[in-house]
Write a protein that binds this ligand. Sequence first.
Ligand code: PMP
Length: 401
Amino acid sequence: MEDRGFDLGRRLEALEDADLRRTLAPVDRVAERGYFAQPSGGDIPVLESDAELVFASNNYLGLTSDQRIQDAARQAAATVGTGSGASRLVTGDTMVHHDLERLLAETKGTDRALAFSSGYAANVGTITALEPDVIFSDEYNHASIIDGCRLSNADVIQYDHCNVPNLRAQLADRADGYPEDESWLIVTDTVFSMDGTVAPLSGICDAADEFGAWVMADEAHATGLYVDGGGIAQAEGVGDRVDVQLGTLSKALASQGGYVTGSDDLIECLVNDARSFVFSTGLSPPAAAAASEALHISRHGDARERLWENVSHLRDGLETMGYDVLGDSQILPIVVGDRETALDLAEAVRERGIVTPAIRPPTVPEGTSRLRIAPMATHSQEDIVACLEAFQEAGEEIGLL
Ligand code: PMP
């Protein structure tokens, strides 16, 4: 008989052979200050020390261990329930969701907001619901934007990373000879997770205005870190020029879920047409309540200030040692070139108690393997010094410095 199944074993072997197979390995975390202890299972080697410092998470404000946020989640679980139980449009809609959405809209200065079950779902649902004819997409945009573009059936035109003149050229090219009533969407991450670069949002808005396009900004790595808990749109003062501001609740906001903010009409359309919203169970109430509390803390506390102090201390120290640190955000990538050097540096740093895994192809282009260093607001000055010492010694040991 014919075998019409799937040879998954061979696929996994191919990944193994290419050194690209990834595995899951739970860790016993003590999230505060970015520590975790020995792994409790999985197949990664047992660590030498029993408490390492993590400089590689997206928990930028260190809020996943904040008591106030844990209490908010606990309270929502106790009063509203652990799960929404249905799509928001059926019986899954609660006041906890509306409170979060009000706070998000206020932070972003928009009419309204809508919470999704993840940032991934927010991107895919929003791009497809807009039904654009043409999408202009930064070449380094996140996978969830790329998947939204694919599912939308739009013509997708990539422009060079953070390059406004190139974007303009692509817009002008398309304007020449195509119908004037096409709907155009320019979409960009605002902080790029592997490069630490920040999108030139005002330049993008200028180009959009000139050609009549809409702008959609994914603030996943920026939400909660800038002015009053906003993102780059707020930092650059262009919140009212970005038609769709979107992000995740899972990074600085220490929870899980995604959101979109924008006009009344935008949110009403998404409530009706974003399939990842309509046909998916509402965000869990504890996650919504945790995100609300985190946003409140980010807006009113000093966590952002502490994060940026740590970022500048670490960036200055690494650059003084001779490392070339990319970008202009809280993410500090050090590009070392080939995969082996990146793995060697990650291992040498880890032997010194600092966790910054190597980022390799296919996540980043061949020849640009790197370590992505991400300090947290909860790292102490001693933690930053320990990280710097580890990078000094490790860099010398493997001949990079
Ligand atoms: N957009 C960007 C830029 C991201 O980095 C991520 C998460 N890595 C997402 C969207 C997806 O967010 P979530 O993890 O909430 O699905």
